[in-house]
Design a protein around this ligand. Structure first.
Ligand SMILES: Cc1cc2nc3c(=O)[nH]c(=O)nc-3n(C[C@H](O)[C@H](O)[C@H](O)COP(=O)(O)O)c2cc1C
Length: 267
């Protein structure tokens, strides 16, 4: 059963929310799923999440996992951030390039990745897969492989020179690096992975950790078989994001300015 008729108020919120109009009213005005849902439902869970009384359960179907209200975390209004808090949180995030010599516990990293899973993704495909270094040694090994590739292919000689004198401009001596990959033939793998990485970066910021995109590793990993092999990137997957992670050495006392955002208004 899609809606529990004992508690459903027939408010229509689930109908309004379905991105593919897969919910219709039955003769009594209760919501029911159209047969097309079997193929088209993307399991976004909006119908379950929006129901004010918890009457909606998405059944298990060939292409969806099914979802009951009991599986969903309640939205706690007490935890809602104010607009001012959100503004400062977002504008106060920085790309962190100096880290404490301290690894991040596995359970903390796992929690951050679980939050990143809530990033929007095309058709709720959630294609991002992550490979994460558990140790600073593994992180440094990847930095070294990146530099080797850059040196061989005459990419950014300044970065290579820095490495030779002990300065890591690739992964900034961070204890961890996380690389996102996804099937190349998905709907929007690059956007989906970038958004998952953006969520990961913000989740890290919220938990007192620092992060920074590792652009050199990302670029090199796409073309370097050794790094792809080291990371275990499956055939047919692209590397779409890489973030270093760790505890920041410094705290930022000010928020640097940014160019005014250009907006073209259309009436
Ligand atoms: C796709 C992408 C690649 C980046 N690559 C690197 C990188 O290789 N090394 C680095 O130190 N920062 C890198 N950054 C971080 C940017 O330099 C940083 O976001 C920018 O300077 C603004 O600073 P903020 O993030 O602290 O506001 C990258 C950012 C993005 C979005």
């Amino acid at each position: 059963m899609f809606a529990d008729k004992d508690i459903c108020k027939r408010c229509g919120a689930c109908l309004d929310e379905c991105p593919f109009d897969l919910i219709v009213e039955d003769r009594e005005g209760f919501p029911k799923l159209r047969p097309a849902a079997k193929k088209t439902c993307i399991n976004c869970g909006h119908c379950v999440a929006v129901c004010p009384v918890g009457a909606v359960t998405l059944p298990e179907m060939p292409v969806t996992a099914g979802l009951s209200p009991a599986q969903c975390a309640p939205f706690d209004r007490e935890l809602k951030v104010t607009p001012e808090q959100a503004d400062q949180f977002l504008s106060g995030r920085r790309s962190v390039r100096t880290y404490k010599d301290k690894v991040v516990p596995g359970e903390v990293l796992e929690h951050l990745f679980s939050v990143s899973g809530f990033a929007p993704s095309a058709k709720n495909g959630q294609p991002a897969r992550w490979i994460v270094t558990r140790t600073p040694e593994a992180t440094r090994r990847l930095a070294g492989m990146t530099v080797d590739y850059m040196a061989t292919n005459s990419i950014m000689p300044g970065v290579v020179k820095n490495w030779a004198r002990g300065v890591d401009k690739i992964l900034h001596g961070a204890p961890h690096v996380a690389v996102a990959h996804a099937p190349e033939d998905g709907f929007n793998p690059a956007e989906d992975c970038a958004l998952a990485a953006a969520y990961l970066e913000l989740a890290a910021h919220a938990h007192g950790l620092g992060a920074c995109w590792a652009g050199f590793l990302m670029e090199v990993a796409e073309g370097c078989c050794n790094i792809r092999r080291e990371l275990g990137i499956p055939e047919g997957h692209g590397v779409y994001a890489a973030l270093i992670l760790g505890y920041p050495k410094y705290r930022y006392k000010r928020i640097p300015t940014r160019r005014p955002v250009e907006i073209g208004w259309l009436d």
